[in-house]
Design a protein around this ligand. Structure first.
Ligand SMILES: [Ca+2]
Ligand SMILES: [Ca+2]
Length: 397
């Protein structure tokens, strides 16, 4: 475990000065029914205002073989997985250069993308209307994907084998984990709803690791994998999905508590994977020799592979596949995905428990399984109660 402020100017961060402290309201409903809470607004989508990214959409980064410094183009393509409809959301003109997997901000109002040119790295924030903004800049090269924990703090992985945490309440970043926690300079990371952080660790001439870091910042190796890892995803039950850098290994699932024997879902080669909102599928962009870049959906139980229709390569043929993200709720209990666990979510949660057998499950209810037992029932309520009142606040605003 390491906790120290990054004060040696290794990182030049834009966060910190004058940041407001978020009002975290630690009140909760006492019993089922109408919650008796004071001072917690029933926000809901109507009061949220402003444009938000569409939940459930995929964001895939795609680039040319030529480096971005020499004119090679990069793009983020937004895809509706239901129809396959795809459009270029952002491109090199917006400053993309070796982009990381994008991350949706907990209130769905921004998309953060790490960029790693040959020089100082930076994170861009994109708004739903396509505008972009420099969000964070660094003095060193190479940042991994930005990721939020279930409390709204931002984590960034750097080439210095560190994971930095930027508190939601503002202030300077601190080193959350480092090489002592088995972290390498590259690799992916993903939070479980309970706040455990799962990471892949690249190792030179050795098999890669899957590492779990507790919310206190203590890392432990849970799996030594046979080969090199690429993509990573973790579901509500803390099942860990990885895609390997070789078609013979493909996409694997490691199940808790032992994480001992991997379940091979498919031999599909995918540089990156992301879970669908209902966690029934893993989306995986892959490059097909004849058909170009294709997005696949892999069933998380059976490994059955389906093709998402539509052309996701904006320039047509010959480009590299990149990373992928699905816009899914960051905060457990925030069923309408607006960055706050509030009364509106409670009303939705209540409704989610009364869905009858065979009835369609609304998208808001797909993340109502808060204890990860793959059922939506009253056992999830105590988790909701603990989460009630959390409100995301972007310290840059
Ligand atoms: Ca909400
Ligand atoms: Ca449940």
């Amino acid at each position: 475990m390491r906790r120290m402020n990054v004060s040696n100017a290794a990182i030049c961060a834009g966060l910190g000065v004058g940041a407001l402290v978020t009002a975290l309201v630690a009140a909760g409903p006492a019993v089922a029914g109408v919650p008796a809470v004071a001072g917690v607004p029933a926000v809901g989508p109507a009061a949220a205002g402003g444009k938000q990214f569409t939940r459930g959409h995929l964001f895939v980064t795609i680039g040319e073989a030529e480096p971005c410094e020499f004119g090679g183009r990069e793009a983020i393509v937004e895809i509706d997985p239901a129809t396959g409809a795809a459009s270029v959301f952002a491109d090199s003109w917006d400053g993309l250069c070796r982009p990381s997997p994008p991350a949706v901000v907990p209130d769905r109002r921004r998309l953060l993308v790490g960029n790693s040119p040959k020089g100082p790295a930076y994170i861009l924030a994109f708004f739903p209307d396509g505008r972009s903004d420099l969000y964070l800049s660094f003095k060193v090269c190479c940042v991994g994907l930005p990721t939020y924990d279930p409390s709204g703090n931002l984590y960034v992985r750097t080439a210095l084998s560190q994971i930095l945490r930027y508190p939601m309440s503002g202030g300077p970043p601190e080193v959350f984990a480092d090489a002592d926690d088995f972290i390498s300079g590259g690799g992916r990371m993903a939070f479980a709803p309970n706040g455990d952080l799962y990471c892949t660790t690249r190792r030179e001439s050795a098999d890669d690791w899957i590492v779990r870091i507790t919310p206190d910042g203590v890392g432990a190796i849970i799996v030594t994998t046979p080969g090199e890892l690429r993509g990573l995803a973790v579901d509500r039950s803390e099942r860990v999905f990885v895609s390997a850098g070789s078609p013979t290994l493909g996409i694997m699932r490691y199940d808790p508590p032992g994480y001992s024997a991997p379940v091979l879902l498919t031999d599909l080669y995918a540089t990156s994977i992301a879970l669908s909102e209902d966690e029934g599928a893993l989306f995986a962009p892959s490059r097909d020799r004849t058909d170009g870049i294709i997005a696949y959906a892999v069933d998380t139980e059976s490994g059955f592979v389906t093709v998402i229709p539509g052309e996701i390569d904006p320039w047509g043929g010959g480009y590299l596949t990149g990373s992928i993200m699905v816009a899914r709720p960051v905060f457990p209990g925030d069923l309408d995905f607006n960055g706050a666990v509030e009364l509106y979510d409670f009303a939705l949660f209540d409704r989610c428990l009364t869905i009858g057998e065979g009835e369609p499950i609304p998208v808001e209810c797909q993340s109502a399984d808060l204890n990860g037992d793959r059922r939506r029932d009253f056992a999830d309520f105590s988790v909701f109660q603990r989460r009630f009142g959390i409100v995301f606040h972007d310290p840059r605003e």
